[in-house]
Design a protein around this ligand. Structure first.
Ligand SMILES: [Zn+2]
Length: 280
């Protein structure tokens, strides 16, 4: 009799398949993909995170935040990655964190170059953007509530920068708890918000292996904090060095263009690093 009213239930036995069962009549059920919001920066980690969400069967709504990064390459990379991995939609939110500053990425502070790996892997560098993950997850949560998603993916990693406060599992758990009391969908019991950080304990090499396995084209991604005007990665900032080290350890070759490659990482790049001209 009330066949027109849709009853939406998440069946726990199918939860691992990330399907939602929709009753279209008392005898007829449809299985549809559950939705997930994925924070997509255009870097190697977030591209792999998106691929993980897709491989787990989620219909992905990608969210990129234009927070006033030093360059636009990252945003262009995010668009290319979203297109290549297949998302339902990709939104770019502009929220200029340069109004707050406090980071080498959003303020007039020099990006560190040529740091030793021991230095990179310990402590919080000046490229840390104050409270960035809280801000990004807050926006992802709002977007999730709008599209009816309860799963949020973020490419957090606790290995590369062991000191980042907003990449720790306790932060992610606390944000989850917040999400469920901070939203209409949460308090009305329509679902339970979950924050997924599938790369949390993976080394960069293992992230690259996982991305390769899932079909990520890393050539589309961008990691450098301070690329040249032609769009070449500098090869000297922390992000470039971690990326090169990851490719080296994964025994893969990175095919993006570098303006400079430290000799110890020469086996990690696909071509001899003569800078190519603009337009590529
Ligand atoms: Zn760089």
């Amino acid at each position: 009799m009330q066949s027109r009213s849709l009853c939406v239930l998440v069946i726990s036995s199918l939860r691992c398949r990330h399907k939602i069962m929709i009753a279209v009549s008392p005898m007829r059920w449809l299985a549809v993909e559950a939705k997930a919001v994925v924070l997509l920066s255009g870097g190697l980690d977030s591209a792999t995170t998106l691929a993980v969400a897709r491989s787990e069967g989620y219909a992905v709504y990608a969210l990129t935040v234009d927070y006033g990064q030093r360059h636009r390459r990252e945003l262009q990379a995010a668009q290319r990655v979203a297109e290549s991995l297949g998302v339902v939609e990709h939104r770019i939110v502009r929220l200029d964190l340069r109004a707050i500053g406090g980071s080498a990425l959003t303020d007039n502070i020099q990006v560190p170059k040529d740091r030793a790996m021991e230095e990179i892997e310990h402590g919080i560098p000046v490229t840390y953007v104050p409270a960035r993950n809280t801000v990004l997850l807050g926006l992802a949560l709002g977007y999730a509530e709008v599209v009816g998603a309860f799963d949020i993916f973020i490419g957090c990693n606790a290995i590369d920068y062991s000191g980042y406060p907003d990449c720790r599992p306790e932060f992610l758990r606390q944000f989850e708890a917040l999400a469920n009391v901070a939203t209409k969908a949460g308090v009305e019991g329509l679902g339970v918000f979950r924050v997924h950080a599938p790369l949390l304990y993976l080394s960069k090499a293992n992230i690259i292996r996982e991305g390769k396995r899932l079909g990520v084209n890393f050539r589309l991604t961008h990691s450098c904090y301070e690329p040249t005007e032609e769009g070449l990665a500098c090869g000297r900032c922390d992000s470039c060095r971690l990326r090169l080290k990851g490719f080296l350890e994964a025994q893969e070759r990175d095919s993006i263009g570098y303006a400079y490659v430290p000799p110890e990482y020469s086996a990690a790049v696909a071509v001899a690093e003569k800078p190519r001209k603009a337009g590529r």
